[in-house]
Design a binder for this molecule. Structure first.
Ligand code: DP6
Length: 353
C-alpha cells in the first residue's frame, strides 16, 4: 500500500442504535463474545458523527484527537474514544500520522438513559473505514466495507458490531450458521416473515439515571457467575430457535424467547458475585401490565430490556393501533416524565457526506 504524503477531508455518518433479542452478555479478550446474539436495528435513535481528518506523513505520535459531543467537551467519552482509536493503529497504520477532529451528536436526549455506545461506536467505525478508503486509495465493495466497519465497531463496543446492517443482524459464532463470526456481525433476515421487519420498539424511559453498574463491569462479572456455562448454552439454543420462529411467523415462540432473554439477563446480574439489580419498581409494574394485556387480548406485544431499567415494547405494525391505545392508557404514566421514544426496525446507517 502506497500512502500519499498529505491528505485531508471530512466524512459524516449516521448510525442507529439496536436492541438485542438474544443478548450478548459475557466476553473474552479482546471483545470476543461468549455467545452469539441477534438484534433489531433501530431507526430514530441514532448518532451522527463527523470526522475531519488531516493526514501528514511527517506527523508523529498520532492519532491526535479532538473530540466534541454536541459542541461540548465530554472528557469521559473523549477518553474512551481516544483509547479505542489508538488500538486501531495496527489495522490503520496511517492513524499515527493523523489529526482527527470528531464531532458527535445523538438524536435522542442525553438524559434518556438509552445506551448510546452501539450507535456512537458504529458511526465512528463507519467514518474511520470511509477515511481508510480515501487515504489508502481503496474502494471496498459494500459487503466488505460493512464487515470491516462491523469489526472495527466491535472493538469499540460489542453491540455496535450489529448496528451497521439494516433490519436484523447477528454477531458471534453459531454452529448452524457458517457465515457467522466472532469478529464481525452479519446481516440476517434469511427467510424471515416480512412481519418481523415491521416491528415497533417503543422505548419506555423508566429512569434516566446513569446505571449503577456499567455494561463493561457487568460483562466482567460473568467470569465468575455460577450460571455462566448454562447461560452460553441457552443463548446458542435461543438463537437457533428465534431464527426458526421468525422464518415460520411463530409469534408465540418469538415472544417467549425475547422475554426469556430479558429476564435471564437481569437474573444473571442478580446472581453475579457481587449481585446487583438494575430494574426499578416501575420496570416490574410495566412487565406485569404488558403480560396481563397480552393474556387478555391475545395481541402479540412483548417486552425486552437492555442493561438498565428501561422497557422496550416490541410489536408488529399490524397491531399498532391496539398496542398504542394500551400504551397510552396503562404504560405512559409509569415512565419518567411520561417519556417514551417511538422507534422501529430501520434501514441501517446512512452516509451524510
Ligand atoms: C445487554 O456492547 O455495551 O445490551 O462490548 O463492553 O461495550 P461492551 O458492551 P455492550 O454490551 C451490550 C449488552 C446488552 C446486550 C446486547 O446488546 O447484546
Amino acid at each position: 500500500m502506497i500512502l500519499p504524503a498529505n491528505d485531508s477531508g471530512s466524512v459524516t455518518w449516521q448510525s442507529p442504535s439496536n436492541i438485542a433479542l438474544v443478548k450478548y452478555w459475557g466476553k473474552i479478550p479482546v471483545q470476543i463474545p461468549q455467545n452469539p446474539s441477534i438484534s433489531f436495528t433501530l431507526s430514530n435513535a441514532y448518532t451522527e458523527t463527523s470526522i475531519q481528518y488531516r493526514y501528514d506523513h511527517m506527523l508523529k505520535d498520532g492519532p491526535h484527537i479532538d473530540f466534541r459531543f454536541e459542541g461540548q467537551e465530554k472528557p469521559a467519552f473523549a477518553k474512551r474514544i481516544k483509547q479505542f482509536v489508538a488500538t486501531l493503529i495496527s489495522s490503520f497504520t496511517w492513524l499515527s500520522h493523523c489529526h482527527l477532529h470528531i464531532d458527535s451528536s445523538n438524536s435522542f436526549p442525553h438524559s434518556s438513559g438509552i445506551a448510546s455506545s452501539a450507535s456512537a461506536m458504529s458511526a465512528l467505525a463507519l467514518g474511520l473505514c470511509d477515511i481508510a478508503q480515501k487515504i489508502e486509495g481503496k474502494a471496498w465493495e459494500e459487503k466488505r466495507f460493512l464487515a470491516k466497519a462491523s469489526d472495527i465497531a466491535r472493538q469499540g463496543s460489542g453491540s455496535a458490531s450489529r448496528s451497521v446492517y439494516p433490519h436484523l443482524a447477528m454477531w458471534g459464532l453459531h454452529k448452524d450458521l457458517k457465515e457467522s463470526s466472532n469478529e464481525y456481525a452479519i446481516p440476517y433476515t434469511k427467510g424471515f416473515h416480512p412481519r418481523f421487519l415491521t416491528f415497533h420498539d417503543d422505548i419506555m424511559i423508566i429512569s434516566p439515571k446513569e446505571k449503577s453498574v456499567s455494561s463493561t463491569v457487568g460483562h466482567q462479572l460473568m467470569e465468575n457467575n455460577p450460571y455462566a456455562s448454562t447461560r452460553y448454552a441457552q443463548a446458542n439454543e435461543n438463537l437457533a430457535a428465534i431464527i426458526q420462529a421468525m422464518q415460520a411467523n411463530d409469534m408465540d415462540t418469538f415472544g417467549r424467547i425475547v422475554e426469556e432473554e430479558a429476564m435471564t439477563l437481569h437474573a444473571l446480574m442478580m446472581a453475579s458475585r457481587p449481585g446487583y439489580m438494575l430494574m426499578e419498581p416501575n420496570t416490574i409494574e410495566a412487565i406485569n401490565s404488558i403480560r396481563s394485556f397480552r393474556a387478555e387480548s391475545n395481541i402479540p406485544v412483548y417486552f425486552t430490556l437492555d442493561a438498565g431499567p428501561n422497557i422496550h415494547l416490541l410489536y408488529p405494525d399490524d397491531v399498532s393501533g391496539e398496542v398504542q391505545a394500551f400504551r397510552e392508557s396503562s404504560l405512559r404514566t409509569l415512565c419518567y416524565n411520561n417519556t417514551i421514544i417511538e422507534d422501529h426496525v430501520g434501514k441501517g446507517p446512512k452516509k451524510i457526506s
